[in-house]
Design a protein around this ligand. Structure first.
Ligand code: BG6
Length: 505
């Protein structure tokens, strides 16, 4: 990895504190930061280098996955950090910053490789990108890259406009759009799993799949983000980005040479093949809901309309479930079911691939189908649940569990993976513009149908699994959501065989 400077906008903000500094620190410990490494933190607050470094230390002690923090290593780590006050709209501030960055590059003897990380509200993206262009900060002898966080627009038109502006200052190859779901360790292992294990490869390629279920249930409510969330809803906050990215990642077989961006073009193909919905018939494929009061883990919680900052007449969706169809040879006839929502019974993010039964219907009655289960959160496990015949009793079957899990304590978090990739210039696990544009295009009829109230907004009790209509979506096709209420094939291990198979830890 070539030495580089990170220029971090929003250095005093919450994301930097919770995610970026702890990630950089763990990367530092793992030898994944460029050497030498330099970071300029920018913000409006009147901090000094010293107060900046002290704040970073505090955030690491609070949020690092590695604890306790070693005093020597943290001292050496924070010495690379400098702070500058910057008004994002002020040209003069950028010119001063340029001088300071150049001076530091000279001192350290490092090339002009600059990674601009915009950890700020989306309303500032365009201003900052244009100022980087105008001030000469982006005129480098080495490489320059722009890292931005979602939301990338709030609908198709605004996303296109944003992209046009950003592309005045950065090429597509230089833009790294973070979708933190793509940084999740299990998502990053989908590729190697499909490739490295002939069994999985064959399962995928043979297309013996009955359906795919993607769930991102959360028990938290709107939290302190009423202003943003009440405009976004589950559809823009989670579905258009994270959920569709998970669908793309599940539906592609990413080739090894994916560093050249080929992974992205395969994902784009999945999005292109996603059967469009029509505004008038969205309600046949999509369920939208909003939580009412209830209780989660024994604690009473308020309904959405009673949350601070939410209007009592709000028609915002806090839950969405949908049935999607990928119209290509590989996935013809295999429904993808997606659901996500707030204030549900528990936090659980998972992908379940349900295989077709090989048995004749008459002998299936007591059998559960074979499942490949990717638990993304809170557990990080990959489990293959197969049925095999019991020795000597060929008419009865029992599940075999193949556990490919990792230990989350030892595995890098999403932001570590993503910042490392951005520094190395590997775009594989970032959202390419084509994917973002096609995702917005695909959700547009849903947004219109919601806006025109063509899809009923169903109340669901906080602490439930969402509206019953979300279950009916699958039941109509003869399926059901797996693992609600923990109906787990292997929850009772008595008398069952379990093979633990660890791939890389
Ligand atoms: C964010 C959404 O992108 O993802 C939040 O804005 C949501 O509303 C969060 O809570 C979920 O992320 P994770 O990693 O906790 O599943």
């Amino acid at each position: 990895m070539e030495p580089a400077t990170i220029v971090l906008f929003g250095a005093t903000g919450d994301l930097a504190k919770r995610k970026i500094y702890p990630a950089l620190y763990n990367m530092f410990l793992d030898g994944k930061l460029p050497q030498p490494f330099s970071l300029f933190g920018l913000g409006r607050r009147e901090w000094t280098d010293e107060s900046f470094q002290a704040n970073i230390e505090k955030s690491i002690k609070q949020f690092s996955r590695r604890a306790p923090v070693d005093p020597e290593s943290i001292k050496s780590f924070i010495s690379a950090f400098r702070y500058r006050v910057l008004d994002v709209g002020c040209e003069e501030d950028y010119r001063k910053l340029l001088e300071q960055v150049e001076k530091r590059e000279m001192e350290l003897g490092i090339p002009q490789n600059r990674l601009f990380y915009l950890s700020v509200g989306p309303e500032l993206f365009e201003t900052i990108a244009l100022q980087i262009l105008g001030s000469g900060l982006g005129t480098v002898k080495g490489w320059k890259r722009l890292v931005i966080e979602k939301p990338f627009g709030h609908d198709l038109d605004s996303a296109r406009l944003l992209n046009q502006t950003l592309s005045q200052a950065f090429t597509e190859q230089e833009i790294y759009r973070i979708d933190h779901y793509l940084g999740k360790p299990i998502v990053q292992r989908l590729e190697s799993l499909q490739q490295a294990h002939p069994v999985f490869h064959d399962l995928w390629m043979d297309r013996k799949i009955a359906n795919v279920q993607i769930t991102a249930n959360e028990s938290v409510g709107v939290e302190e983000r009423a202003g943003y969330y009440d405009r976004a809803g589950a559809i823009k906050d989670m579905f258009q980005n994270h959920m569709l990215q998970l669908l793309m990642m599940t539906a592609v077989y990413i080739p090894k040479e994916s560093t050249s961006g080929k992974g992205s073009s395969k994902k784009t193909k999945v999005m292109e093949a996603l059967k469009p919905l029509q505004k008038e018939t969205v309600r046949n494929h999509v369920v939208r809901g909003q939580y009412s009061e209830g209780s989660i883990k024994g604690n009473a919680v308020a309904g959405y309309k009673a949350e601070p900052g939410i209007a009592p007449e709000s028609m915002n969706d806090t839950f969405i479930a949908a049935r999607l169809q990928i119209d290509n040879d590989d996935w013809q006839g295999v429904p993808f079911y997606i659901r996500t929502g707030k204030r549900l019974k528990e936090k659980s993010t998972r992908i379940v691939v349900e295989f077709q039964d090989a048995m004749e219907p008459a002998s299936q009655e007591s059998l559960a189908p074979n499942l490949l289960v990717f638990e993304l959160s809170p557990e990080e496990t990959i489990t293959l649940q197969l049925h095999s015949s019991k020795p000597g009793r060929s008419e009865t079957f029992q599940p075999i569990e193949l556990d490919l899990g990792t230990n989350p304590m030892n595995s890098p978090e999403a932001y570590e993976n993503l910042i490392w990739d951005a520094l190395r210039g590997d775009p594989t696990f970032f959202a390419h513009w084509n994917e973002v544009e096609l995702s917005w295009l695909w959700v547009t009829p849903i947004l219109e149908a919601f806006a025109e109230n063509k899809v009923p907004l169903l109340p669901y009790e906080a602490g439930s699994y969402g509206p019953a209509e979300a279950d009916a979506l699958l039941e109509a096709d003869g399926f059901h959501w797996w693992f609600d209420d923990k109906q787990h094939l292997t929850s009772d291990r008595k008398g069952r065989t379990s093979y633990a198979y660890h791939t890389n830890d």
